[in-house]
Ligand binder design. Structure first.
Ligand code: EA1
Length: 206
């Protein structure tokens, strides 16, 4: 395995996303992805789904609805995914800032950038890139500890998040002539599914 294109081709043979949504992350391009990206920090995805279901039972997931909640009430709904007081405060503040700086979620999707996301309390590289890829549809590849671990097994070591992300994106961009036909000429779709395949492969192994 010499580059991320070869890694993608190796993962494609395994049909890891047969039971997943097209863009892998459930309800891609909705505000639910933003909420999920915060809730999934330091927790298993299954617990995040519990929290998201509890929230969606109460009200539609919009920045307007989250921004107006009391911390204690939001915390009580997201308890399954852990760190609930901290995550509730951060979700309320983030929702208020989305409204203040962009007006609504549709404008946020069109106009937000990585720097704005990274300036928000509780949003690091992985959360920011998850929001850009899966909520905003940008041509960004998410990498995570699964990606890092998988590549270490193939003998690769990276200095940090940004180096790993650039290596992952570069292999795809340099081979895009061979990939575009497989991904509807849609780089966002390719990055979205590539990251999803890595997560499902690593989860499925144990
Ligand atoms: N795991 C299975 C995940 C998923 N969708 N399906 C997941 N982990 C983090 N995720 C985000 C989104």
């Amino acid at each position: 395995m010499n580059n991320s294109y070869e890694l993608l081709m190796w993962l494609r043979e395994k049909e890891l996303l047969k039971n997943s949504p097209k863009y892998w992350w459930p309800n891609a391009f909705t505000f639910e992805v933003v909420v999920g990206a915060i809730l999934t920090q330091n927790t298993k995805w299954e617990r995040v789904e519990e929290s998201l279901n509890a929230l969606k039972k109460e009200f539609p997931l919009t920045p307007q609805n989250i921004a107006s909640l009391d911390t204690w009430y939001l915390a009580s709904l997201i308890r399954p995914s852990g760190f609930y007081n901290q995550k509730a405060k951060r979700l309320i503040l983030l929702s208020q800032n989305i409204i203040k700086d962009f007006g609504d979620f549709e404008e946020f999707k069109l106009n937000v950038d990585r720097e704005w996301l990274l300036s928000q309390k509780g949003i690091g590289f992985e959360s920011a890139d998850s929001i850009l890829c899966y909520a905003c549809g940008r041509d960004v590849m998410v990498v995570d500890s699964y990606t890092n671990r998988l590549l270490r097994e193939f003998g690769y070591e990276f200095e940090g998040y940004e180096e790993l992300k650039e290596w992952m994106e570069r292999g795809i961009l340099e081979n895009w002539d061979k990939l575009r036909g497989l991904y509807e000429d849609n780089l966002n779709l390719c990055f979205a599914r590539f990251h999803g395949k890595i997560v499902e492969f690593m989860k499925g192994r144990r």
